[in-house]
Ligand binder design. Structure first.
Ligand SMILES: [Zn+2]
Length: 225
């Protein structure tokens, strides 16, 4: 959403969750009214193009999406928040595409998924991230905590990495130009700010002190230290 607020970009949410082969057109039509633009005339044309193309594979459906996007928003860059590797590979086969990987502090992640920090959760986070290191070694990496808590600094680094000029107004999230039908979004209208979920700071756990390699990796991966 932050990148989508850049004047050269448009946030399109989790595209694979709208156009994936498992979605049928009726489902998408039933949800047009939920698009963050208010009244969507973009997604209906995407779905129509997919049907006209007879596109069945994810890559073919993405090709229809990209074509429609270029017609609707000439010169703009779509910011897709899809989270699957298969989706990235389909998209990268069609277009120049920069994967951006956001990693959340292992303690915050554990609390968000299970309410507490456990060894099992920490090790799962570690394994998962090591897998992403291998699969997306060329990704632009960003920590969720720096992004949420030191937004200006993190965002200007991110912009530099993706070759966009940093615009301080980006951090006031503007939803008016976005077309987010599916994805984690803030539903209220107008300018919005990130609110950080700091529940994990209040809980005590012995595991971060014991699982040193995980915490060292967490420091590097999330905070770049
Ligand atoms: Zn829309």
């Amino acid at each position: 959403m932050l990148l989508g607020s850049h004047s050269e970009c448009i946030a399109v949410g989790e595209v694979d969750n709208v156009i994936g082969p498992e979605r049928d057109r009726t489902w998408v039509e039933d949800h047009y009214g939920r698009c963050t633009c208010g009244k969507c005339n973009f997604w209906p044309i995407v779905m129509e193009t997919i049907d006209t193309d007879g596109a069945t594979t994810l890559a073919d459906r993405y090709a229809a999406f990209l074509r429609t996007f270029a017609e609707f928003f000439p010169g703009k860059i779509p910011v897709d928040s899809s989270k699957h590797l298969d989706t990235y590979h389909a998209l990268a086969s069609l277009s120049e595409c920069t994967p951006i990987r956001i990693t959340r502090d292992v303690r915050a992640w554990s609390v968000s998924v299970s309410g507490k920090v456990t060894a099992r959760k920490m090790l799962r986070w570690y394994k998962m991230n090591k897998r992403y290191d291998k699969a997306l070694s060329h990704a632009v990496n960003i920590g969720y905590e720096p992004l949420a808590l030191h937004t200006d600094e993190a965002l200007s680094k991110l912009c530099e990495a993706v070759d966009l000029e940093y615009q301080p107004a980006m951090k006031e999230i503007h939803m008016s130009d976005s077309h987010i039908l599916v994805g984690n979004r803030m539903r209220t209208s107008g300018a919005l700010k990130i609110r950080y979920d700091s529940r994990w700071l209040a809980g005590a756990s012995i595991w971060p002190a014991l699982l040193r390699p995980v915490m060292n990796y967490n420091r590097r991966r999330v905070y770049g230290l």
